[in-house]
Design a protein around this ligand. Structure first.
Ligand code: KG4
Ligand code: ZN
Length: 341
């Protein structure tokens, strides 16, 4: 049986997993840096990279321990080398290269975005390809035509902020802390999603798969603090106003995501949608997308919430590369900004 160690350090989670060729997870660990970045209301790249250096070896050791394996039992090591924060990516890559060299095993490169889609394949426990892959995360809101597990073609995505970025920035305006997505989802439960008529950019334009969430952020800001005095003082906002703004903002984002998901299926004439990435953990999005796909008549796979946010388990896509003999030389580099491939 083939056993692969996967490493994920693209942003602010240090994670490792051990997966076998039956796509079973033998061990996995995610060390989140949330607490370190919370007071900055966003990820600080320098802090993230330094924390990965601290965490990477204990995380790998604990993963091996959980799987009851030694490093010498591993047949290949895989690492997400694109896209992400340069300093963060380098830590995972150096660890993976060291293991490949020391154990004389193949090195496999993982595209973090493709891995987010592959989380659906893992959860489905059946083939999900061909499909439209939709990554909706803190850094990306992208559609791909996925003819098989290793063939991804970029179809379109955000022209400014990603959906998760908008969640994080609006949460900061509302004084809700970081990461903003789960916090907004929670307070929105007691809010009225119809109380503010925020824009749904491009939602009615069926010709392309673009998103734009930057203006939506500005609309929220103006609705809270007006045009003349944009003083960001969340302490002056009532709990009901915060809940109403959160619910209205969340609904605006969800409407855009669902509209474009339908357009993507129309444009590609595909009948399966696979959704991954941190924002796909959002309960309102999951419920409404499930309903929309049922009405449309398409098959929907959404990664389970614990595989939506960053993790090394979704690096199981490395099994496909292993089977195809797609290995890297030890001079493999990171590519921080490679968003579309
Ligand atoms: O996939 P991910 O962990 O990291 C990236 O690859 O970017 O996504 C993180 C993003 C953050 O912006 C976070 O606020 C958002 O996902 N997020 C959510 C939820 N959980 C995480 N957004 C909306 N609702 C959630 N429940
Ligand atoms: Zn991610």
């Amino acid at each position: 049986m083939t056993v692969i160690l996967t490493i994920e350090s693209t942003c602010d989670e240090t994670s490792a997993a051990i997966i076998n060729d039956q796509r079973q997870v033998l061990g996995s660990v995610v060390a989140s840096q949330e607490k370190l970045h919370n007071r900055f209301r966003g990820v600080v790249p320098e802090i993230a990279a330094r924390q990965h250096v601290q965490a990477i070896l204990p995380v790998i050791e604990l993963t091996l321990e959980k799987a009851n394996l030694s490093i010498h039992d591993i047949d290949a090591v895989a690492v997400a080398n694109t896209p992400g924060l340069a300093g963060s990516l380098l830590v995972g890559l150096c660890a993976a290269k060291s293991i490949a060299l020391a154990c004389d095993i193949p090195l496999i490169a993982i595209n973090h975005l493709h891995a987010h889609v592959y989380a659906c394949r893992l959860a489905a426990q059946q083939d999900v390809f061909p499909c439209v892959g939709f990554i909706v995360s803190g850094g990306h809101s992208n559609f791909y035509r996925c003819d098989d597990a290793l063939t991804f073609q970029y179809l379109g995505g955000t022209i400014d902020d990603a959906a998760g970025e908008a969640f994080d920035k609006v949460a900061a305006m509302l004084g809700l802390g970081f990461p903003g997505g789960p916090a907004i989802g929670k307070v929105a439960l007691t809010g009225d999603p119809k109380s503010f008529a925020y824009p749904r950019p491009f939602a009615k334009d069926k010709k392309h798969l673009k998103f734009s969430f930057s203006g939506l952020k500005t609309a929220v800001r103006y609705s809270l603090f007006g045009h003349a005095k944009p003083i960001l003082d969340a302490a002056s906002l009532s709990p009901q106003l915060i809940a109403d703004v959160a619910a209205s903002f969340q609904q605006a984002v969800v409407d855009c995501l669902i509209a474009k998901s339908l357009h993507a299926l129309d444009l590609t004439k595909m009948s399966t949608l696979c959704v991954g990435g941190g924002v796909a953990a959002n309960q309102v999005f999951r419920q409404q997308l499930t309903e929309a796909m049922k009405q449309y008549g398409a098959t929907l796979w959404i990664a389970p919430p614990h595989l939506c946010t960053d993790n090394a388990v979704m690096g199981a896509i490395a099994i496909e590369k292993y089977n195809a003999g797609l290995f890297e030389e030890l001079n493999l580099d990171i590519v921080a900004g490679l968003e579309r491939l």
